[in-house]
Ligand binder design. Structure first.
Ligand SMILES: [Zn+2]
Length: 369
């Protein structure tokens, strides 16, 4: 993410707020006139027997004092609760992003047609061996991940072990350099004799370059044997629940024409919360999801997702502008100068995806001890 530029800001959507104020004023006027109408008509209706209303000496309608109304507080509803998908519910500020930022973030789309335009700062990578918990294994010290994927992996496999008692998952591949992918690709071509591969992504086009991917295998210590991770048996838990931790099974069966990679149950990609859950809701692969999000913009309305843990998110797309920078707007909290927690990810193609957490999870984190 590039530097935040708050100074220039501007409440992007002043007009709608004025519109709201106008609506409130109109409503107040209606209430006031309605009230005075009610008072005056009740006064008029049955000619008062012992005209108590007159006794103050009021000659004309007069002593109906309006100030009783303003005692009522104006209704103060957080529009983000009542109308969360509508831009008019928010004030915004913005962050300036550039084309170079397209390749950064958890929602970058990388496949055999779309080269990874970002790059990982290798100093940020974590060695899984040094950062993992005891609920799974890792093949060697070369398996590295970015911190977001690393902590999600620990949580997921911690919960998997707690649920099944199975500690046989082994992380066997994480971040890969382009040079290493080149070796893998050439080895695959050599062994298959084909001119291109449907199993190994081309160098520069592998998701493993993002630092957000982990491949699993399984190890059985009793038989001292390895088995391909196929997502069956105990491991079906991971296929079913990975979305809660922000992971997707990236190359599912049935999506080969879109992913351009054969079904690979062992390859998990971190895309973050709530995206993995939305993809599961719609049965989308990442190619479909990145396209789908483009339907949700500041102008057309936000994508709303309430996750199982009680949290609430809005998601929307901001296309890369043709100018030097793109102003990516994100909302402020109601009646506050604070912002909702948010993240901005490039899609590695043509725009940015904004994720805003409107409400925190209500359920306590699971206890894995
Ligand atoms: Zn993989």
């Amino acid at each position: 993410m590039s530097g935040t530029n708050y100074s220039k800001n501007t409440k992007r959507r002043l007009k709608p707020k004025y519109k709201n104020i106008a609506v409130i004023l109109a409503a107040l006027l209606l209430i006031i006139s309605g009230t005075s109408y009610a008072l005056s008509s009740s006064r008029k209706a049955p000619p008062p027997a012992d005209d108590t209303l007159e006794q103050d000496g009021g000659s004309q309608l007069p002593s109906v004092e309006l100030p009783s109304l303003p005692d009522e507080e104006p209704v103060d509803v957080d529009p983000a609760e009542t109308d969360p998908t509508n831009q008019n519910s928010y004030y915004f500020d913005f962050v300036s992003m550039t084309e170079a930022d397209l390749g950064t973030g958890e929602l970058v789309l990388v496949n055999n047609m779309i080269k990874f335009r970002g790059s990982v700062n290798e100093e940020e990578l974590l060695v899984v061996r040094d950062n993992k918990n005891s609920s799974y294994m890792v093949s060697d010290r070369n398996v590295k991940l970015l911190p977001s994927a690393m902590s999600a992996l620990n949580e997921m496999l911690g919960d998997f072990f707690a649920a099944t008692g199975n500690n046989g998952v082994m992380a066997r591949s994480g971040y890969r350099t382009v040079e290493y992918q080149q070796e893998l690709y050439e080895d695959d071509l050599a062994s298959s004799g084909a001119s291109s591969s449907t199993l190994v992504a081309m160098p520069g086009y592998s998701e493993h370059h993002t630092g957000l991917v982990v491949d699993f295998t399984t190890y059985n210590s009793q038989t001292d044997s390895y088995r391909e991770f196929d997502g069956t048996g105990d491991f079906a838990w991971i296929m079913e629940n990975c979305h809660r931790y922000g992971f997707i099974n990236r190359y599912p069966e049935g999506k080969e024409k879109l992913t351009l990679i054969d079904n690979e149950p062992w390859h998990f990609r971190y895309v973050g919360i709530p995206h993995a859950s939305i993809m599961k809701d719609y049965d989308f692969c990442l190619e479909e999801y990145i396209d789908f999000i483009k339907n949700y913009t500041i102008d057309s309305g936000f994508l709303l997702k309430d996750t199982d843990d009680g949290a609430r998110y809005i998601v929307y797309y901001v296309p890369l502008s043709s100018g030097e920078t793109t102003a990516v707007y994100h909302p402020k909290k109601h009646g506050s100068d604070e912002f909702y927690p948010y993240s901005i990810s490039g899609n590695n193609v043509d725009g940015f995806i904004v994720t805003v957490q409107l409400r925190e999870p209500s359920q306590p984190a699971q206890d894995n001890s």
